[in-house]
Write a protein that binds this ligand. Structure first.
Ligand SMILES: Cc1ncc(C[n+]2csc(CCOP(=O)(O)OP(=O)(O)O)c2C)c(N)n1
Ligand SMILES: CC(=O)[C@@H](O)[C@H](O)COP(=O)(O)O
Ligand SMILES: [Mg+2]
Length: 626
């Protein structure tokens, strides 16, 4: 499809020189470009369609890279990428070595700050704006934050840190009343109140105009009223949370009106105080299927552009097995509660939420709070399960240690998206939880390979005495399921007398089994030991199973440092293991975007790498023997 206006107007200079009607045509072209490309590559369509006009207005008013924008979460930065010289790379969006779906300073100096996780933009912008002041540099810093991201506590820590001197700081609050699903909580309600009371703002504006026009003393009087915290002020101009914090509030404004948004941005840049602009936008704007179902089109795989048909999320997955099992268990046990931090669909809790709303809690994008809230519930006798993505749980580390584990409270953590997740890239890979969870005293950690194991573990929830984490990967059960025998907390596949072994856990069991089959073809008998419980590990039982092995490979899709492989290797050494071992794990690195299978090969933890490690050793041994 042709995008003639976008061909002509594709950067900030040209936007500044264009007429308003041309900018409206540009917005239409960008929308069709986004729909066309994301329908092929997948990506965060609905959020991006909602900020097309806002981004054009930012480019209309700001001068990049002197002015800087921090996009919160960063999933809505596609138009910014298009307008900063990256349009040609959209065919590679979210693919290995392709254009990232999030802001990346290494891609462009117009990406001021890397994001991916929620609610960081205000803190980062305060830092960037403060540095500009300290270094005497010109330019404004704008944080673009959604109403969903605004439910995260960090956003308020950032607001709390804004001082009057930061007149180079602007917050743009993009309010579409949606997180991934409906936004929740009293803060979301507060924003709705601000929106539904335009009369209040008219009165406030009218009051301001009258006072400012009083000859000689008007301006001074307004300042006194504005700066005072008194009842008098509240009566005169009403109260507003942001203004009470010393941040000038503009809004609510139609975020799809390029002229209005450009104008208010211009005003905010000259008031000499930090400002917040409250925009109302429509998530999915301009594409009927996304407007009607913004949740499905929030982050979507490839879809049919003409009909809006997309792969259903009802297909089999570990998340779905979890959601169905927890639902069934909670029907039987009234102590069971489900908690999510704004990821109801992702962790498959929709059914639970609909059937047992009193025991279902979407706390907003507030992982730290979710953990301590769960601790409170558990202390009072409930059995909470916090279902959360591995990478998002990172920000709740102290709450896990201090509020849950130290008090040995029976909280279940369903750690979803554990391991490599794929196209979201570095910020979203679940590669740290093994290291950060297995180092916590009192914590038990499981990594099931099959749905049956997952269901059985959840079935124990009511009997757990302390904190338990159950890790599950993105997607469904895959790979082969050979016959195995189970010993305690691990399953052994392959011949008992095998000379080589692969010790692994969770989804990587499939890679290990593939490797064994390949090795068998060359006459190398290898067994796979798949650990179900990765903390604490029953070392005695495990080393019995390794007794005849001359070669052991430890395989995991987690960071090597602090991982299971390192722990096992240390144990092998202390037990004077006579054979050799190799660790295949992520080597102190971030994992970029790409298809999970492809990434396993790139990072050296695939079935082929296991085959190589064992076959080479075997060849070496044979050479030594001859
Ligand atoms: C710490 C963290 N938790 C959860 C998420 C998953 N997540 C990504 S976008 C999003 C909703 C954001 O809503 P909002 O900020 O209003 O942006 P919108 O998509 O509505 O434009 C969530 C929950 C995340 N990226 N980071
Ligand atoms: C931007 C963000 O953090 C989420 O939208 C994330 O991309 C969801 O990932 P899943 O597709 O694995 O649910
Ligand atoms: Mg939103």
């Amino acid at each position: 499809m042709n995008h003639p206006t976008l061909e002509r107007i594709d950067n900030a200079d040209k936007i500044k020189a264009a007429s308003l009607s041309e900018l409206d045509m540009l917005a239409a072209d960008i929308r069709s470009f986004l729909i066309e490309h994301i329908s092929k590559t997948g990506g965060h369509l609905a959020s991006n369609l909602g900020v097309v006009e806002l981004t054009i207005a930012l480019h209309n008013v700001l001068n990049f890279p002197q002015d800087q924008v921090v996009f919160d979460v960063g999933h809505q930065a596609y138009t910014h990428k298009i307008l900063t010289g990256r349009r040609d790379r959209f065919d590679t969006l979210r693919q290995f070595q392709g254009l990232s779906g999030f802001p990346k300073p290494h891609e462009s100096d117009c990406d001021a700050f890397g994001t991916g996780h929620s609610s960081t933009s205000i803190s980062a912008a305060v830092g960037l704006a403060t540095a500009k002041k300290l270094r005497g540099e010109a330019g404004h810093v704008v944080a673009v934050i959604g109403d969903g991201a605004m439910t995260g506590g960090l956003a308020y820590e950032g607001l709390n840190n804004i001082t009057e001197e930061l007149d180079n700081l602007i917050i743009v609050l993009n309010d579409n009343e949606l997180s991934i699903s409906k936004n929740v909580g009293s803060l979301a309600e507060y924003l709705a109140k601000l929106t539904s009371k335009p009369a209040y703002f008219r009165i406030k504006d009218a009051t301001k105009k009258v006072v400012l026009h009083i000859p000689l003393i008007g301006r001074g009087l307004y300042r006194v009223i504005h700066d005072t915290k008194s009842v008098f002020k509240t009566l005169l101009v009403g109260s507003n949370f942001f203004e009470d914090l010393g941040i000038t509030y503009f809004g609510p404004i139609d975020g799809h009106d390029i002229k209005a948004v450009s104008k208010v941005l211009g005003r905010a840049m000259t008031i000499g105080k930090p400002a917040l602009i409250h925009l109302k936008t429509v998530k999915g704007k301009g594409y009927v299927y996304a407007e009607n179902d913004p949740t499905a089109f929030h982050g979507i795989a490839s879809f049919d552009m003409d009909t809006g048909e997309h792969p259903s999320n009802l297909t089999d997955s570990f998340s779905k097995v979890f959601g169905d099992s927890l639902y069934a268990l909670a029907q039987q046990d009234e102590r069971i509660c489900a908690i999510t931090a704004a990821m109801t669909e992702g962790v498959s809790l929709c059914r639970f939420a609909a059937a047992m709303p009193q025991r279902f809690f979407d706390v907003g994008i507030a992982e730290g709070h979710a953990v301590t809230f769960a601790a409170g519930l558990a202390k009072a006798g409930m059995r909470p399960c916090f279902a959360v993505y591995s990478s998002f749980l990172q920000r709740a580390y102290d709450e896990i240690v201090h509020d849950v584990a130290l008090q040995n409270l029976p909280v279940t953590f369903l750690v979803d998206r554990a391991g490599i997740v794929g196209e979201d890239g570095e910020t979203h890979q679940g590669i740290f939880d093994v290291s950060y969870l297995t180092s916590i005293p009192n914590m038990t950690v499981y990594s099931p390979y099959t749905y049956t194991q997952l269901k059985a573990l959840l079935g124990e929830m009511g009997r757990c005495e302390g904190p338990t984490a159950i890790r599950i990967p993105r997607g469904g059960m895959e790979g082969r399921f050979a016959d195995c025998y189970e010993i305690g907390d691990y399953a052994v596949y392959g011949r008992e007398d095998a000379s080589a072994a692969v010790v692994t856990y969770g989804r990587m069991t499939a890679q290990a089994l593939d490797a064994c089959e390949e090795l068998e073809k060359s006459g190398i008998h290898t067994k796979v030991i798949s650990l179900l419980k990765i903390k604490p590990i029953d070392f005695d039982a495990l080393f019995c199973a390794l007794a005849h092995c001359r070669k052991v490979v430890f395989l995991e899709e987690s960071e090597r440092i602090g991982g299971i492989a390192q722990q096992l290797a240390a144990e092998l050494l202390s037990r004077r293991f006579a054979g050799r071992y190799t660790i295949l794990a992520l080597n102190d690195t971030y994992v970029e975007q790409g298809k999970p299978q492809q990434l396993l090969r790139v990072y050296g933890i695939s079935a082929q790498d296991v085959v190589r490690a064992i076959a080479e050793e075997d060849a070496g041994e044979r050479e030594e023997e001859t």
